[in-house]
Design a protein around this ligand. Structure first.
Ligand code: WT7
Length: 632
């Protein structure tokens, strides 16, 4: 299933378009099924209703664990690198990982979890996080992993939306020099979560925690009560595997649903191809398992292919900005998959952190999460890859389950800041505002996908209508990505960024409405409008225009209060970088905020604000521009 030449890519691509069922049927033969499918694909994008590998039975953990035991049972599956480099790293072979997953799966059963139950996971980046994820999959429970940076309220909203029965957490997490009290946050969240019956707590930072009788149990105690034999639950290809919440243009995050068979095939196929993974190589993805990148390219993709996956607890700059390079050297990393924001941040420290670091093991580099600017691309290429490692700029989304548009390492000629070409099976099209297809090359438009692929989302949890509205209604019969895109003279794709009200801050997806709702919860705030603006390291920064006539004390203190409110409501990742107090917002006569104007102001480009004649009160624009001058 691995593509080794550009000619083969072209042939596979052609076949995948002309005969998708045959193409994916053959790809799927590379995985282990308990029972084969009777139909590869049935679909429509109207409802939408998408089914891959109908009738097939499997368990994804048999593909990620059991099937490797015979040939590579003693090969490292996971290499864990702790936050503190002074601490020992941990290697789990496939045999060990299998054993621990089975054991913890029995713990889940012992605590009442069964097939179909939803389980919330809120954990640090430790091996037990991967074990928890796989243990859920082992027993057919649906995991909903929540990134460790989200607030109690965000967690409660997500737990309640999918009625989780069990929560798996840890006492706390290390993040660089900081410590995050995960269990405290969970305790606050669970006050408002009536469906949660059990909370399993891993000891990690050894900070004191409150353990509620009847509800809370220790991971370490529980594993003593069970053995490590756990037959995998037989799952239908279209049974739910996991839910992952993500932000959109409305206030409430959506629970994106992925299913067992198609997701497994897509994550595995794309991993093997995009990174050109070779047996025995060490692969390091720097994402957190709390995001889709970690699900697909730390856990399921690599493990389904029998790879060795590095799991790093810390951050790129702790204890020094050499940390990534130390890890590369220490574990002889062959593939490094990271985000443009991390690259830009490390770039800003100059060459010193790279001095005397042996990066010669690196063979392939990857980028994900946001557009990579040319400067960062070249730095990555020259300083890290030494001009010899292909860079795969991988475009995809939580909803797509896996990489969609990307070079195939060693196969596709790359071009700085271009995601290049669609992978086999992916049929992108560009459309204009009216949904008319934009044909030919050297064009720009809104990026849509016109044919299903196995890794695509099936629904949004508990609200299928929302899935239809968000992704399949903007343009009939197309999946709309929300991204703008250009296709150059060579037919190469370059993603230009979101065209909806979604921000991308350090590769984290944040809805402007979500941030506005949070700011508006602060006492005294009457109204707010949030837009993105270009930020050197984060890609986009968050700019908030806030009407707050009842300021308590100084403006600077009120700003801090507002930041605290946003941290409480969403989490620190959604804190505005700039807050500007204004007396009004530019609105049309019908009361709609003209974000276009605010975006221009936030970008500092006020020379041409476009048509402002429809504004109710044009004077407010001048007032806001004047106010921005005082803000630095
Ligand atoms: C949005 C999806 C699945 C990747 C992690 C983020 C942006 C992602 C790229 C890229 C330009 C990119 C898009 C997309 N994005 N990768 N290589 N080049 N933009 O997943 O949180 O679901 O966000 O991230 O805007 O829509 P996500």
């Amino acid at each position: 299933m691995q593509i080794t030449s550009f000619k083969q890519y072209e042939e596979d691509f052609k076949k995948s378009v002309e005969n998708p069922e045959q193409f994916w049927g053959e790809v799927a033969q590379n995985f282990q099924w308990r029972k084969p499918w009777f139909k590869v694909l049935s679909w429509n994008f109207e409802e939408p209703n998408i089914k891959w590998f109908e009738g097939a039975k499997l368990n994804i953990t048999e593909n990620c664990l059991d099937r490797h035991l015979e040939k590579r049972g003693d090969q490292p599956a996971i290499i864990w690198e702790p936050n503190n480099p002074e601490e020992e790293s941990v290697t789990l072979t496939y045999k060990m990982l299998h054993e621990r997953v089975c054991r913890f799966a029995n713990v889940l059963k012992r605590n009442g979890a069964k097939k179909g139950d939803r389980i919330c996971i809120y954990m640090p980046m430790v091996p037990e996080l991967a074990i928890a994820v796989l243990a859920c999959a082992r027993i057919g429970a649906v995991h909903s992993v929540i990134f460790g940076g989200f607030s109690a309220k965000s967690i409660a909203d997500r737990i309640n939306d999918s009625q989780c029965k069990v929560v798996i957490t840890a006492d706390g997490a290390y993040r660089g020099s900081k410590q995050i009290p995960l269990k405290d946050v969970i305790d606050d969240a669970l006050i408002g979560c009536p469906t949660v019956e059990k909370c399993i707590v891993l000891t990690h930072v050894r900070t004191p925690v409150s353990m509620l009788k009847g509800r809370d149990v220790w991971w370490e105690d529980e594993v003593k009560h069970v053995n490590d034999i756990c037959e995998a639950e037989e799952m239908d290809a279209e049974d739910m595997l996991f839910i992952l919440y993500t932000s959109g243009s409305t206030g409430k995050p959506k629970g994106v649903v992925h299913t067992c068979g198609g997701y497994m095939v897509y994550a595995g196929y794309t991993f093997a191809n995009v990174f050109n993974y070779q047996p025995g190589e060490v692969y390091f993805c720097t994402a957190d398992i709390g995001w889709i990148t970690g699900h697909s390219y730390i856990v399921y993709g690599p493990l389904s292919q029998g790879a060795t996956s590095v799991l790093f607890e810390g951050i790129p700059t702790y204890p020094t900005p050499s940390r990534f390079w130390d890890i590369v050297e220490k574990h002889q990393v062959n593939t490094l998959y990271t985000a443009p924001t991390a690259i830009r941040s490390l770039m800003s420290y100059g060459d010193e952190p790279l001095a005397e670091k042996d990066l010669s093991s690196i063979r392939v580099l990857g980028s994900v999460g946001e557009p990579i600017n040319e400067e960062a691309w070249h730095w990555f290429d020259e300083k890290i890859g030494k001009g010899k490692a292909p860079i795969v700029d991988t475009w995809w989304q939580t909803e797509t389950g896996g990489i969609m548009i990307s070079p195939i390492a060693t196969v596709t000629p790359t071009k700085p800041s271009f995601a290049t070409l669609p992978l086999p099976g992916i049929q992108p099209i560009l459309v204009d505002e009216n949904g008319q297809e934009i044909v030919g090359n050297d064009v720009m438009g809104n990026l849509c996908i016109k044919f299903p692929w196995p890794g695509m989302l099936r629904t949004t949890y508990g609200d299928h209508e929302r899935c239809k509205q968000t992704y399949f209604s903007t343009y009939p019969n197309l999946y709309f990505t929300g991204d703008g895109c250009l296709r150059d003279q060579d037919g190469y794709y370059r993603i230009t960024g979101r065209v909806d009200d979604v921000l991308n801050v350090s590769g984290h997806r944040i809805g402007t409405a979500e941030v506005e709702n949070a700011i508006n919860m602060h006492a005294g705030v009457v109204e707010s409008a949030v837009v993105g603006y270009p930020h050197d390291v984060k890609g986009q920064g968050i700019y908030a225009f806030v009407i707050n006539p009842e300021m308590h004390g100084e403006a600077e203190l009120t700003k801090k209060d507002i930041l605290q409110t946003v941290t409480r409501v969403i989490g620190a990742i959604a804190k505005p970088d700039k807050i500007l107090f204004v007396s009004g917002l530019p609105k049309t006569r019908s009361g709609k905020i003209m974000r276009r104007i605010l975006r221009k102001i936030a970008e500092g480009d006020t020379s041409n604000l476009g048509d402002t004649s429809t504004l109710l009160d044009p004077a407010i624009v001048d007032e806001i521009i004047e106010a921005t001058k005082a803000l630095k």
